[in-house]
Design a binder for this molecule. Structure first.
Ligand SMILES: [Zn+2]
Length: 207
């Protein structure tokens, strides 16, 4: 008898070795049983996702990096072509400050699709700066000569506007060469002086 029970023979006597779940629960299935929680979860996601996305788009900027193109002839379209030729999908900068070449006006600012989409700029070799940094490029070779006055003024006002809007302290405004070994943005763009001027403008705005 003991031997028979151990091998499941007990069922023949009407004894079920494992009780079944109640019939109704068994029929519903997990999705239906937890439908209420699935719906609540979807509602939470639908609320959290856009809020999270907005915070990521508008609150992640902690750096501003300034570059030059190294060439006196250019604009946003030219940069896009140059960078696409390197196999990148778009210009690696968010903002372009023009010098008056290629049908632009000195000081004219162009905004790339990368900024419209708030995508990372791959403008440095530091991933955290690329992730959290706004990349600005000055058209021109500022290793050879200083920028035209209007172009420099435009850079200053763009820096002030971005620093003020995203609450980025002036010391987080860096030339590319202050992050890695490169001549960019050129010796004729004194970044310490730029930071001083931005700080002075920001201070005067707070009054
Ligand atoms: Zn650079």
């Amino acid at each position: 008898m003991d031997f028979a029970r151990q091998h499941g023979a007990g069922r023949e006597h009407g004894q079920s070795p494992m009780p079944l779940e109640p019939q109704s629960d068994w029929q519903r299935g997990p999705l239906v049983r937890y439908l209420r929680w699935v719906l609540i979860g979807m509602l939470v996601l639908m609320t959290v996702y856009p809020v999270g996305r907005y915070i990521w788009r508008e609150y992640r900027w902690r750096w501003i990096i300034v570059h030059h193109t190294g060439s006196d002839n250019g604009n946003l379209d030219w940069i896009i072509r140059e960078h696409q030729a390197k196999g990148w999908k778009d210009a690696a900068y968010h903002f372009v400050v023009n010098n008056g070449s290629r049908d632009t006006v000195a000081g004219q600012i162009e905004i790339s699709q990368r900024w419209q989409d708030r995508e990372n700029a791959g403008s440095t070799q530091r991933s955290y700066v690329n992730e959290f940094g706004i990349a600005i490029v000055m058209i021109g070779n500022l290793q050879n000569h200083p920028p035209p006055l209007l172009q420099r003024e435009a850079l200053l006002s763009l820096l002030v506007r971005l620093a003020s809007k995203y609450d980025i302290p002036p010391e987080r405004i860096r030339g590319h060469n202050e992050l890695q070994n490169t001549k960019c943005p050129g010796k004729h763009l004194d970044m310490q002086q730029v930071r001083r001027e931005v700080a002075a403008k920001l201070a005067s705005m707070e009054k």
